[in-house]
Structures are given as structure tokens and as C-alpha cells.
Ligand binder design. Sequence first.
Ligand SMILES: [Zn+2]
Length: 98
Amino acid sequence: MVQDCVNCGSQVKAGWSITFHTSQGAVYKCLRHALGHGPMLKRSLMVCLVVGTALTLINQGDILVAGEWRASFFWKMPLTYATPFMVATLGALLNSRR
Ligand SMILES: [Zn+2]
């Protein structure tokens, strides 16, 4: 079965379209437009803030408290926040795939 992307109208093969449930009912999007779906990004951002902060406190809390910020801290911090964002987004996309 082929679905039309609600944003660009392109036809997406079965298994590659992503379904989002909105107030207007189910809408189908191609991967490109699904990646920019606002409500999904907002939810992923919330997960990122909560889980990223918890992971930062668990893994870097002693460094934060001691004030001994090493160079590695500055590349670990963004990755610590980016990982739950990517996991939440990928999970949403895979669960919504049709
Ligand atoms: Zn599209």
C-alpha cells in the first residue's frame, strides 16, 4: 500500500511512511517530513532535558560539584543530552512506521 505524505504529497511505500495521530485524525509523512514533526520533536526535547540532566548528574556530578571542569567535560555534555534525544526520536519514528 502506498501513502501520500501530508506535507509534500510524495508517495511513500508501505513500511516507509510514518503515521502521526493529530486532532484531524491520522496523517502520513515521509521520513524527511516526519523528522520535522513538531509535537514529536517537542516530546523528544522534554525527554532529552529530563534524562540528559539525570545522566549528567550521575556521570559528571562529582566534577560539577568539585568545579574541576576538564576539556572532556565539554564534549561529554552535549553527547549526554543528544543520546536521549536521538533514542526518543528514533523510538517514536520506529513505533509510528507503517
Ligand atoms: Zn514529505
